[in-house]
Design a protein around this ligand. Structure first.
Ligand code: ADP
Length: 394
């Protein structure tokens, strides 16, 4: 079974073609700067880089033409009939979708109604879906939502203590994001530990440029750090995470910031970047011993994560694994060590040698005396989208 996964942004489109008999990706690519003077095209076949080229591509429809040309010209597929379905990453499914679902007209209307909740992402996701509907009307399309995995949260976790009408009328609540990553991490953790995912309690730490932590109880998300938008929670590359919302009124009333400026400040100029002027954790770690602002950025980042781990232990009671994933979680033994340091009260103890060992995929790095397994799982959101698409078709 072959499933094409599309992750459509406002000016970019990522694709991956999977063979789901072997769960392997045999072609992947990225088209960037759509509708700009020169769009950038890059793709690989069987992980081997084939091409990097520049071309003017005017919209998402033409981008899909380019992607299918790549797939046909390189002989990866000879006909669209070889595709069982296309799985789309869709950021916001609101309260409509608790799992991946087949795309239809009702869904498109619902996704459009959710645009105010995800103004940057949902319009781009819809563009990808509609362009494909035009190009290949008979091809099955499935939407896999970043929010769906967290629809299992209980109301005490997803409700803000705001006037209830803001929820009832305006749907202001916590939704959570990174759902495909947390769902994938759960499955892989269960496989790694040879347990059933629906019996497992885990804390999943997705630490990339965007970062979130998820408390998973008996296989279901019961809380997560991102909320109404992906701004809440952990310190991120350029996003502040949790702040006292009164700071916004203060900036607006006393410091003459416009709301637009505050939005940009919190989403694009805060987080690691705001504290030390850099958002690449590799560079920050390199410089932290020489410059206090880099050390402070790391300290705030790690401290916030520790607070969430403590909170999620309190919620879950029993934790079967603490799992690290995404760029920082997978690659930085230093950050993993700092996070796990002094958490023996929770039964967490690292093995420095295992933590520092360079491994490609899944590995554990807990000490033999650690009550809680500590794991690194390489996330693969596109594979998770392909697997959920397949599950829906079977
Ligand atoms: P996203 O998909 O959210 O853009 P990634 O999951 O690719 O982000 O993670 C990007 C982050 O991972 C960056 O902060 C980058 O510096 C960090 N990162 C990648 N490799 C390493 C490493 N070896 N050590 C520390 N941080 C790393």
């Amino acid at each position: 079974m072959r499933v094409l996964v599309l992750n459509s942004g406002s000016s970019s489109l990522k694709f991956k073609l999977f063979n789901l008999t072997t769960n392997s990706c045999f072609c992947s690519g990225l088209i960037e700067k759509i509708a700009e003077v020169q769009s950038l095209i890059s793709f690989s076949i069987h992980q081997e880089k084939k091409i990097d080229k520049k071309l003017f591509i005017k919209n998402h429809h033409d981008t899909l033409e380019v992607i299918f040309d790549i797939l046909f010209d390189s002989g990866v597929i000879v006909s669209l009939d070889e595709l069982s379905a296309v799985g789309h990453r869709v950021v916001h499914g609101g309260e409509y979708y608790t799992k991946a679902s087949i795309v239809d007209e009702v869904m498109i209307q619902r996704l459009k109604s959710l645009i105010p909740l995800a103004p940057l992402h949902n319009p781009a996701n819809i563009l990808g879906i509609e362009a494909l509907m035009k190009k290949a009307p008979h091809l099955k399309q499935v939407a896999v939502f970043d929010t769906a995995f967290h629809q299992s949260m209980p109301s005490k976790a997803y409700m803000y203590a705001l006037p209830i009408d803001l929820y009832k009328k305006d749907k202001i609540r916590r939704y959570g994001f990174h759902g495909s990553s947390h769902a994938y991490v759960l499955k892989q953790t269960a496989k790694f530990l040879n347990q059933n995912s629906d019996e497992m309690n885990i804390i999943s730490l997705h630490l990339g440029n965007g970062a979130s932590v998820c408390a998973i109880k008996e296989g279901l998300s019961v809380d997560t750090s991102m909320g109404f938008t992906p701004l809440e929670g952990l310190v991120m590359g350029t996003r502040s995470g949790d702040i006292d919302s009164a700071i916004i009124f203060y900036l607006y009333k006393e410091k003459a910031y416009t709301l637009e400026e505050i939005d940009i400040l919190l989403n694009q100029k805060s987080g690691l970047l705001g504290v030390c002027g850099e958002n690449d954790m590799r560079l920050i770690l390199d410089k932290k011993d020489k410059d206090k602002s880099f050390q402070l950025a790391v300290d705030i980042f790690v401290y916030r994560i520790k607070k969430y781990i403590g909170a999620y232990f309190a919620i879950l009671g029993r934790v079967d694994a603490l799992v690290f994933t995404a760029g920082i979680g997978e690659h930085s033994s230093k950050i993993r060590e700092m996070i796990c340091n002094d958490l023996e009260v929770f039964g967490i103890k690292t093995d420095a040698e295992k933590n520092n060992s360079k491994q490609e995929k899944e590995f554990s790095f807990h000490h033999t005396n650690s009550r809680v397994p500590l794991l690194v799982i390489k996330t693969d959101e596109e594979l998770e989208i392909a697997l959920q698409t397949k599950e829906l078709l079977l």
